[in-house]
Design a protein around this ligand. Structure first.
Ligand code: DC
Length: 227
């Protein structure tokens, strides 16, 4: 059967990662969480007490950073490793979330991660989510999606997600963080978040999670089974 690459871009907290993960499992594809890579770089810098707004200082550390994904056989989920250490939980904290957009504006950071992301997609059969997948990382992806949702709904969803991992933040704090990340992600000069011309837009505001997953699977399967 033909293997395709699927690109999923969109704003923070639209359900991109969870959708991409479920789609990959349903199709037997590899899921690549490009945001996790930017988060892992940010975690490394914060742990080393590097000023994440200082591009020169950030770039000095890039050669010391290795990121891998390894399958957790118990949960059947791919987890993020930073220099050989599992950092899956640490990269999801608010400490990292509140700084990652700054780190991801730097050209050298993007070049390093984009090269890895392209390398991982060579064999096809990949579902990758992020901000620049359809526009920069995989401009020839077989199918591209762009996810959006109302800011109130996104804030609510992120709050529930954080609460599940034991973090209590007010809706206002979460909303402010999401709005700030949207602003930085869409206005940065390096690969800003944009809908690729041919991307299929999915507004998830009024969709259940199952509906949004099914929509992506149906469209992808249509392509996979096409002659
Ligand atoms: O998808 P996420 O929330 O885990 O992404 C974290 C941050 O990483 C996001 O604020 C912007 C950045 N990012 C990016 O610039 N390019 C990508 N392909 C993925 C994420």
């Amino acid at each position: 059967m033909k293997k395709i690459n699927i690109a999923i871009d969109g704003f923070s907290a639209c359900g991109k990662s969870t959708t991409a993960k479920r789609v990959a499992t349903a199709l037997g594809y590899v899921y690549i969480d490009s945001g996790a890579m930017y988060r892992a770089v940010t975690l490394y810098l914060l742990d080393k007490e590097v000023d994440v707004l200082n591009q020169k200082k950030v770039v000095e550390h890039l050669d010391d950073i290795e990121i891998d994904f390894n399958l957790n056989k118990n949960s059947n989920v791919c987890e993020t490793y930073l220099n050989g250490v599992n950092v899956e939980d640490k990269i999801r904290t608010f400490r990292v979330a509140s700084k990652v957009s700054y780190v991801s504006t730097f050209k050298e950071v993007r070049e390093k991660l984009v090269a890895w992301q392209r390398q991982m997609s060579l064999k096809k059969g990949v579902v990758m989510d992020g901000r620049d997948i359809g526009t920069v990382v995989l401009p020839h992806a077989d199918i591209k999606f762009f996810m959006t949702a109302d800011i109130e709904v996104r804030s609510e969803r992120r709050k529930i997600e954080l609460e599940r991992s034991g973090k209590k933040l007010s809706l206002e704090e979460i909303k402010t963080n999401l709005q700030e990340r949207d602003r930085i992600d869409t206005t940065r000069s390096e690969s800003p978040l944009r809908k690729a011309a041919e991307a299929i837009e999915i507004d998830t505001t009024h969709l259940t999670f199952d509906q949004q997953v099914q929509k992506v699977i149906d469209l992808a399967e249509g392509l996979i089974h096409e002659d």
